[in-house]
Design a binder for this molecule. Structure first.
Ligand code: HAM
Length: 424
């Protein structure tokens, strides 16, 4: 048999990386709690039709799709939003609005593997369902800001846009939704010439090209320029007004918006309103992104229900923390190893180990059957703080020997006071 490697694009997260990821997950859960989002757990495998319905050409072509043994065409989820929209039309249909959900877990896309881009990666996904008010969009951005701060990132900044502006221009020029999607997909990849080739009307082309020139260093000025640029397009104009309201709320919430991009588009097709991404200067890939999708739930057969949300790329946040040398702020716990002096004392030593664990102390047991000197050497190498040496003579006094491995000192401690002593 050859030795096995992981499948290309799949990774093993060894202890340190797993700890880092779990730290970011704990901060996402903490953020959800603070903002009133309740976690739901949905399946990794969903019907292909559900996942592909409104995800767009780009995601669709990268899905892990297969037939299960029941001949159903299914896929590994490339994101959470479709699953939550499914829930909003079924089990959560009658929940009071707004409905706020959190999902955490792995998602799958056949992307080209490179730094920060994997085929299996982790997201925390927040959705708020049942309102089209700008407060909801602002909340999604502000909770992302909170997560970035909670993991200790610095100098991160948000990029904001609104697909309603481009869609508004295109629909007034009678460009159908399919063509709009094709244009936005190309704009997402910054292939503006390719995108604009799909536009027939000269007037429309002029407006679209002009929109690329509107960016200013001042975000409010950019929005005002967008507003006057699309004056004749009523839907685009009201989208620009919506963007302005969201920007105002977010700025009042003291969140760092670096740019408003008039020609910003995102890969997913279901967006109808505000869209955004968050970046740090050290990485040119987004740490998270989201936006408003007011039509998805009705596409899935539900009542027309506005919604907005975000997904955070947890692996990329962990990577960003490494790049900014931001260590997780958890206080190190004392670790102990319990070593019986001889085989006959194993049972007694195990009982002591159990007691320590009950008291919340991370406790390992010498399971390799090593002699004392070897066991202590090993514990020292693995940076364990204390060895609890269980010997016959000490047991007779209801005590054990506690050895501080770093200081190479040991003292006799009563078993009844052991946990307390280790913790202090
Ligand atoms: P998305 O922009 O496709 O949005 O993904 C969100 C985040 O996932 C990205 O910003 C990035 O950090 C991370 N990500 C994407 N692809 C990869 C990859 N190949 N490797 C590592 N990380 C990656 C969504 O998924 C939408 N569902 C967000 C949303 C929720 N919109 C509304 N509600």
């Amino acid at each position: 048999m050859p030795t096995f490697q992981t499948v290309r694009g799949m990774r093993d997260l060894l202890a340190e990386d797993a700890e880092m990821l779990n730290f970011v997950i704990s901060k996402a859960r903490e953020t959800a709690k603070l903002y009133g989002y309740r976690e739901v757990i949905t399946p990794v495998i969903e019907p292909y039709e559900l996942l592909s319905a409104k995800s767009g050409e780009e995601i669709r072509s990268r899905m892990f799709t297969f037939k299960d043994l029941g001949n159903r065409t299914v896929a590994l989820r490339p994101e959470f939003t479709a699953s939550i929209a499914r829930l909003a039309t079924t089990a959560l249909k009658n929940e009071p609005k707004p409905l706020r959900t959190l999902s955490v877990g792995s998602v799958y896309r056949y992307d080209e593997p490179q730094r920060g881009r994997y085929r299996e990666f982790y997201q925390s996904d927040f959705e708020i369902i049942g309102t089209s008010n700008p407060e909801a969009d602002a909340e999604i951005i502000l909770l992302t800001d909170r997560l970035m701060r909670a993991v200790g990132l610095r100098n991160y900044a948000f990029k904001l846009g609104h697909v309603g502006v481009i869609r508004g221009i295109l629909s007034q020029e009678n460009v159908d939704e399919k063509a709009q999607n094709a244009i936005l997909q190309r704009m997402d990849k910054k292939e503006f010439d390719e995108a604009f080739k799909l536009v027939e009307s000269e007037e429309c082309l002029k407006t679209l090209r002009g929109s690329l020139e509107l960016k200013s260093d001042d975000v409010f000025e950019t929005v005002e320029r967008i507003q006057s640029h699309v004056e004749g397009y009523s839907k685009a104009a009201s989208s620009a007004e919506d963007l302005k309201k969201i920007l105002k709320l977010v700025t009042e919430g003291e969140c760092p918006v670096a740019t408003v991009e008039p020609a910003f588009a995102r890969g997913l097709e279901y967006y109808t309103g505000m869209i955004f991404e968050v970046y740090i200067p050290e990485l040119d890939i987004a740490l998270g992104g989201g936006g408003r999708y007011d039509k998805l739930i009705e596409v899935f057969g539900g009542e027309p229900t506005p919604a907005t949300g975000v997904a955070h790329g947890l692996d990329r946040i962990a990577l960003a923390m490494q790049m900014q040398k931001t260590a997780p702020s958890t206080k190190p716990e004392k670790r102990v190893v319990v070593v019986p002096v001889k085989e006959e004392l194993r049972g007694e030593a195990l009982r002591i180990a159990q007691k320590l664990r009950e008291a919340g102390i991370p406790t390992e047991f010498e399971v390799m059957g090593r002699k004392m000197a070897k066991a202590l050497e090993d514990a020292d190498r693995r940076k364990v703080d204390y060895a609890i040496i269980v010997g016959e003579r000490e047991l007779k006094q209801g005590a054990v020997m506690v050895r501080n491995l770093a200081k190479r000192e040991q003292i006799l401690v009563e078993i009844a006071k052991l946990a307390e002593k280790v913790q202090s």
